[in-house]
Design a binder for this molecule. Structure first.
Ligand code: MN
Length: 415
């Protein structure tokens, strides 16, 4: 699988070029304590490896493709403290790259490649993977590396391979879909545990704890810091304090997801903490639910996410107007202030290309919401969908979202 991905990427490289991918390094947090290591997702996508300070080097010469992996040496002293690093044969087996060398050999290796192309009187192009998020992250290992490279070899041009990487990563393969379905199923268990156990006067973090248990129990990580927001907190899009009490009559908005082997689910469900929607909550809930279903119904190849967003805005215009909420200069954007979709995959906000036209294999979220701050109502309903040849599949179909079903489930759980 990783071999296939690398082969596809190689096809997009020009002759006489080299592409370098860095797994990354965990930064220090405080004193001698480091942040959890979080592997660069393009590196992982191409190798299946998730260890620090590794480099993948792909070289394309006329009639010859070379794949080389550089890893840190096995350190017996370190192994006693934090566990062993990976052995070359393990790295080779996982990635299917036969040529595994030590990290400190990279400079010499690059020098020989450059010398070779220079001898052949060819201009070599060197590619790095610079994604949008990294523009301001100049401490990322590839920035330091390419900076030094240009210093040492001023005639070398460094270019960005990010858009080719994105084209590949945008189309999910069967294995990725399978892993995402597993992640979604654990997310479902977590959400059901929260619904089953939530009670008025519990604090948001106590409700959240039921979700966390299911994740840990099933060997999953969090896709991102969970949002468990009661009442008005649901109107804060990235609320993450999760420490306020959920009062009787509050809705609880839960935007969270399990990550399984780096495939990230991203689901939102909103339920009444006491198990019963008020008439007003139900009215708004059903408007959001219809938006959610409408977009899932529409999604198919050939459309763009921007078009789907336009449909939501149009629909809300009619619905909010009918409710009398668009008075005194208020617009839809006062009640709905995010967009309906983002790509999903190895990153929660996964790679995307501007004005991307949807194709089979694209996976993204459908997450309309409505936020009526004066009434303490924040509602969002988010599913994860896969574009197919003629429409889409809702991968999170199994997670209940009908108001009646939620009420019945919560009632049954309390008996
Ligand atoms: Mn989302």
């Amino acid at each position: 699988m990783y071999q296939t991905r690398r082969k596809k990427l190689m096809e997009s490289l020009p002759e006489n070029s080299a592409a370098l991918f860095f797994s990354g390094i965990a930064p220090y947090k405080i004193g001698d304590e480091k942040y959890d290591f979080c592997v660069d997702r393009s590196f992982y996508y191409l190798t299946g490896l998730d260890k620090e300070n590794m480099v993948l080097c792909l070289v394309k010469l006329p009639n010859k493709n070379i794949e080389t992996l550089f890893i840190e040496p096995y350190d017996e002293e370190l192994a006693k403290w934090v566990g062993g690093r990976i052995f070359p044969n393990e790295a080779a087996e996982c990635s299917q790259i036969n040529d595994v060398r030590m990290r400190d050999q990279l400079d010499g290796y690059i020098q020989r490649i450059l010398q070779y192309t220079l001898d052949q009187e060819k201009q070599i192009q060197v590619f790095g993977d610079f994604t949008k998020q990294e523009f301001h992250q100049t401490n990322a290992p590839q920035f330091a590396y390419f900076e030094q490279l240009r210093k040492n070899y001023p005639y070398v041009s460094v270019q960005n391979i990010a858009s080719e990487m994105k084209k590949l990563r945008l189309i999910k393969d069967q294995q990725e879909i399978q892993l995402l379905l597993e992640a979604i199923d654990v997310t479902r268990q977590g959400i059901e545990a929260m619904m089953a156990n939530a009670e008025p006067e519990m604090s948001e973090n106590q409700i959240e704890a039921y979700f966390d248990f299911e994740l840990k129990f099933n060997g999953c990580q969090h896709s991102f810091p969970s949002i468990v927001a009661a009442g008005n907190n649901g109107c804060v899009l990235h609320y993450a304090e999760n420490n306020q009490p959920a009062e009787d009559g509050d809705l609880v908005l839960c935007d969270l997801g399990a990550s399984y082997q780096y495939m990230n689910a991203d689901i939102t469900r909103t339920f009444p903490v006491n198990g019963k929607f008020t008439e007003r909550q139900r009215q708004i809930y059903d408007i959001v639910l219809r938006a959610n279903k409408m977009i899932i119904q529409m999604a198919r190849p050939g459309l763009t996410l921007r078009q789907l967003e336009g449909e939501v805005l149009q629909y809300y215009q009619v619905e909010l107007n009918a409710l009398g909420l668009l008075k005194d200069g208020k617009t839809v954007r006062d009640y709905y202030y995010h967009s309906v979709s983002h790509m999903l995959g190895l990153e929660t906000h996964d790679v995307n290309l501007s004005n991307w036209v949807l194709k089979p294999g694209n996976v993204f979220t459908v997450e309309p919401g409505l936020y009526l701050e004066e009434e303490g109502i924040g509602i969002r309903i988010e599913d994860n969908i896969l574009i197919t040849e003629d429409g889409c599949i809702n991968l999170s179909e199994s997670i209940m979202k009908e108001a009646d079903e939620i009420e019945a489930f919560m009632k049954a759980a309390r008996q």
